[in-house]
Design a protein around this ligand. Sequence first.
Ligand SMILES: Nc1ncnc2c1ncn2[C@@H]1O[C@H](COP(=O)(O)OP(=O)(O)OP(=O)(O)O)[C@@H](O)[C@H]1O
Ligand SMILES: Nc1ncnc2c1ncn2[C@@H]1O[C@H](COP(=O)(O)OP(=O)(O)OP(=O)(O)O)[C@@H](O)[C@H]1O
Ligand SMILES: [Mg+2]
Ligand SMILES: [Mg+2]
Lengths: 256, 256
Amino acid sequence: MPSTIAFSSQKGGVGKTTSAVNLAMAFAVGGYRVLLIDLDPQGSVRYSFGIKEAAERGTHQLLTDPSVPLRDLRMSADGQGLDYVLSNIDTLKHERELAEKIGDLTSLKRRLDEEAQDYDFVLLDSPPSTGILALNAMTAADYVILPLQCESLAIKSLKRFLHSFRELQMTHNPDLRIAGILMTMYNRRLAVHRKICRQMYETLFDSVFSTIIPQAKEIAEASAIGQSVITYNVNSIGATAYIRLAKEMLDRFGFR
Amino acid sequence: MPSTIAFSSQKGGVGKTTSAVNLAMAFAVGGYRVLLIDLDPQGSVRYSFGIKEAAERGTHQLLTDPSVPLRDLRMSADGQGLDYVLSNIDTLKHERELAEKIGDLTSLKRRLDEEAQDYDFVLLDSPPSTGILALNAMTAADYVILPLQCESLAIKSLKRFLHSFRELQMTHNPDLRIAGILMTMYNRRLAVHRKICRQMYETLFDSVFSTIIPQAKEIAEASAIGQSVITYNVNSIGATAYIRLAKEMLDRFGFR
Ligand SMILES: Nc1ncnc2c1ncn2[C@@H]1O[C@H](COP(=O)(O)OP(=O)(O)OP(=O)(O)O)[C@@H](O)[C@H]1O
Ligand SMILES: Nc1ncnc2c1ncn2[C@@H]1O[C@H](COP(=O)(O)OP(=O)(O)OP(=O)(O)O)[C@@H](O)[C@H]1O
Ligand SMILES: [Mg+2]
Ligand SMILES: [Mg+2]
């Protein structure tokens, strides 16, 4: 029975993809079997692993064509114990078709319940929205990680998102829990970052991860060359932060 | 006959809202009559103007209830010649209802063609997606401004977005033109920013605005206190950059 973790945020550019990719890799190098699924039509997971060609099969079939088994949709990152399903929702027409076909929000959940049992973790990258694909991720998940930048618009957007989260919890997934709010791209030299970060801990206490992901140039460099920061430079501050996050997740939820 | 400009990008957090708000204000202080519409359910425009209470009427009625005229949906920023329609798509239920009601993509265009004639500019902030609300914005627009961060994932996402743009141009709005790609949050001390910025100009030439919006702390500070950077500090680098962008738009497209 895997633990399924969705990376969700309506606010864009807060580090959902970066966190999903790097936590997936941190769990994989720790010896866990991990499946990472890209539910964002942007397809940023593919670029984060430097994959040049577009995936022929992927998320589109996962959600709309049960006759294609998961084992024919996943690819593996060489020798790392990390498999992934890439987003292949390429055109506006595809996106519209998908929205029509997966009317109810349980398409992903049903697939994972039946076919993802041999993984320890399933990580879901979602688009910056509260639309069908983002809600499918939260309906399939056991936990949600909420990446958050220390910027005022991101905090304001979080409030609206938490309303949507509660609504979804009530209507579709009563067992869904917030694993934690993950402060990302934190720059301790900026007064506004220090202030907002302090406010978050003072108001939300331990629903904010004690691990903070710093603004770190190696993280952006790694993503630019198509590697996780752990592969790119395991001793960097960015890699260490994500490895610490993996440990904190294991401790908090007793996954061991 | 106003010129309608959409701020579009599938990538999140690239400065769509910040640019829409600040260009709207730059045009308004230049004496133009401007209407700014928030098509993003996140509702960041409201926070950018420091409006505490949620709007009762706004984008939801604009798109689904023609019996409520535009003049009853807009609010005005005191004395600035800038009106705005705020997003009031508050719950998941609202969002689903909206998607069902506005099946075709011309809901916004029809409203603006009939009721927005007394403005010089209509600016549209859109969500980070290629869903129904983002496509309504592009169907109603004459021009699209594409904010772009100098980061590799944003560049990759732009490629997919441009395919969607072409698809929409062909099926819904043949007259739609790209006003330009706007480099945002540019930090000249970062080698990766300098490199990507140079590449953009070398490959796309004058479809990239010559005005570059720098990473500037006054821009983030202004948005944190709910003001445009022009109101916050008109002599700041951030304010000057958006005023220069307004001038460049006026020159490029002969709006005068
Ligand atoms: N800790 C960090 N330090 C430096 N750069 C970072 C960090 N985290 C993410 N980035 C960069 O910031 C940008 C935004 O991150 P990312 O794309 O992961 O966010 P996202 O929430 O997935 O965006 P979207 O809403 O578009 O899906 C990327 O270019 C990424 O490389
Ligand atoms: N030039 C800039 N300098 C510094 N900070 C900036 C700049 N432009 C935007 N920001 C900040 O960066 C964050 C992202 O900007 P913004 O919210 O405008 O992007 P967006 O594309 O509208 O995001 P979304 O995809 O969530 O709608 C905000 O917190 C904003 O205050
Ligand atoms: Mg992403
Ligand atoms: Mg925005």
